[in-house]
Design a protein around this ligand. Structure first.
Ligand code: SF4
Length: 264
């Protein structure tokens, strides 16, 4: 019996799980129905190397629904964001959380997780990421030594957007000086998924969190804005970019636009 059959069999006859699963299934199916009126480039996805992926994301293309067990894990990640926000709020250092930043010059729109004051009284932008426990071990995908490249681009874009807004408005959320330093704060999901019997936990003494300081990098911004200009040309001429990966690649297999990309 495979894992999915085991899960389905175990859920038969339960009381609360089917209620939750039904809600999450309906929510997944409706996902993407909310569309922000203005299409824009998002710092969280513009770093995807596949321009075609960015095309779909820009056009708010509805991706494939996630399996429910993955939805639960993703929701746990979202809940962890709220938890970190409440910690920073409790410290009285929080200036803004999940606030909208827009940049009309490049049609960018995004929401940094945190704007806060450091213990050295400097403003900083913080991006919170929940990460699987194996990323807190010394593996090739570890985030112990380096943050994920995509997250570095995302954070740099937030600093860029914040500073551009500051140039125009003179003050943003009480801050009058440019922000040139931010951080990516990784929190270990293992502590929040111990109830899931399908997550194997060998060590309880795992690392809880890991922070990386990221300094503003103009080269990253220049490269990302150049990419946006290319995409803008594609969008204006309504020409969908070429696929970057092969159908059998791991990038395509886990891409939420896989079906529309390869079957339409
Ligand atoms: S399925 Fe592959 S080629 Fe198509 S958008 Fe996704 S990553 Fe790009």
């Amino acid at each position: 019996m495979n894992l999915l059959d085991m899960i389905l069999q175990e859920k038969r006859g339960l009381l609360l799980t089917p209620v939750i699963d039904q809600y999450l299934t309906d929510r997944e199916i409706k996902k993407g129905e909310y569309v922000h009126k203005k299409k824009s480039f998002g710092p969280s996805w513009i770093c995807n190397p596949c321009l075609r992926y960015c095309w779909y994301a820009f056009h708010r293309t509805k991706g494939e629904p996630h399996p429910i067990d993955l939805v639960k894990i993703l929701d746990i990640g979202n809940a962890m964001h709220n938890l970190v926000e409440s910690w920073v709020s409790g410290s009285k250092k929080l200036l803004g959380a999940n606030f909208v930043l827009e940049n009309d010059d490049y049609n960018l729109r995004g929401k940094p997780d945190l704007l806060f004051i450091t213990n050295n009284n400097k403003p900083a932008i913080g991006e919170v990421k929940s990460a699987a426990s194996f990323k807190f071990k010394n593996t090739s995908v570890s985030i112990l030594n380096y943050p994920n490249d995509d997250h570095v681009v995302q954070l740099n874009l937030y600093m860029y957007m914040f500073n551009e807004k500051l140039k125009k408005e003179g003050e943003v959320l009480g801050i009058k000086e440019p922000i040139l330093t931010g951080c990516i704060y990784y929190l270990n999901k293992v502590f929040f998924t111990t109830g899931n019997k399908y997550v194997r936990i060998n060590k309880i003494d795992a690392i809880t969190d890991k922070e990386h300081i990221v300094n503003y990098n103009q080269d990253i911004i220049d490269a990302t804005l150049a990419k946006i200009r290319v995409l803008q040309k594609n969008i204006s001429s309504n020409s969908i970019p070429d696929r970057l990966f092969e159908k059998t690649s791991k990038d395509c297999k886990r891409c939420c636009f896989n079906k529309i990309c390869w079957e339409s």
